[in-house]
Design a protein around this ligand. Structure first.
Ligand code: HEC
Length: 197
């Protein structure tokens, strides 16, 4: 029996397509497989990203996160009191928290601390958050990771509170800047919580 030419043509197209599909079908995206994997769509686990404490060469300052633009204030964050916004008073670091401290205020700080700080400094501020432990475990001569310090005891009373407000707002050597992510009031709330630790 003679196979019609049209069937031959369809098969000639379909068979290679089927073979290619099976070949390029992405395997389990997360696997230890060492064999060649042909991914038509890049797996999420392989995407380019800036990892913790690494640099981003895309920007001149190599910072992975963008600092907030100088002179700008987010909506609802402005305060007539420069002490609240910058933690300074007459060019000096503020010595006291410029907002009335209530139990509710400290509670608010605790919540914000859990969201933004506990991953590094630990839930109770002992410097044992998962990121700190990871930094310690992977520390070797080549790694430049700095382990987040403990915040309990005298560690946040050595300098005026305004100094620490500025550190939280603008970041440290390895600590990220939170000025663009936490409102000034919540930054003070976090400090009031930290002082209660
Ligand atoms: C990615 C990890 C990381 C996160 C998240 C982080 N920190 Fe830090 N923090 C550090 C590191 C590392 C240092 C050491 C000093 C430096 O980098 O300048 C530090 C230092 C500090 C210090 C100074 C301690 C001292 O003894 O001088 C304070 C205060 C502090 N952090 C508060 C906070 C608060 C509040 C938050 C949350 C808003 C926070 N940190 C979030 C990593 C982190």
């Amino acid at each position: 029996m003679k196979i019609p030419i049209i069937i031959c043509l369809i098969l000639a197209i379909l068979i290679p397509i089927a073979v290619i599909t099976v070949l390029v079908m992405p395997q389990e995206p997360i696997s230890d497989a060492e064999q060649l994997r042909i991914d038509p769509v890049e797996a999420l686990s392989d995407q380019p990203k800036v990892t913790a404490q690494s640099q981003n060469q895309f920007y001149e300052d190599n910072l992975p996160e963008r600092p907030r633009i100088i002179g700008t204030v987010a909506r609802g964050e402005w305060s007539a009191n420069p002490m609240i916004l910058n933690g300074t008073l007459n060019g000096q670091w503020a010595a006291v928290i410029p907002i009335k401290i209530t139990p509710q205020f400290i509670l608010q700080g605790e919540k914000q601390y859990a969201v933004f700080c506990a991953s590094c400094h630990g839930e109770a501020g002992a410097g044992d958050g998962p990121i700190a432990l990871h930094a310690r475990n992977t520390n070797n001569n080549e790694s430049q990771s700095v382990s987040p310090p403990s915040l309990v005891g005298d560690s946040i009373t050595r300098k005026p509170v305004g100094f620490y407000f500025n550190l939280i707002s603008n970041g440290g050597a390895k600590m990220p800047a939170f000025g663009g992510r936490i409102s000034p009031k919540d930054r003070w709330a976090i400090l009031s919580y930290m002082k209660s630790l």
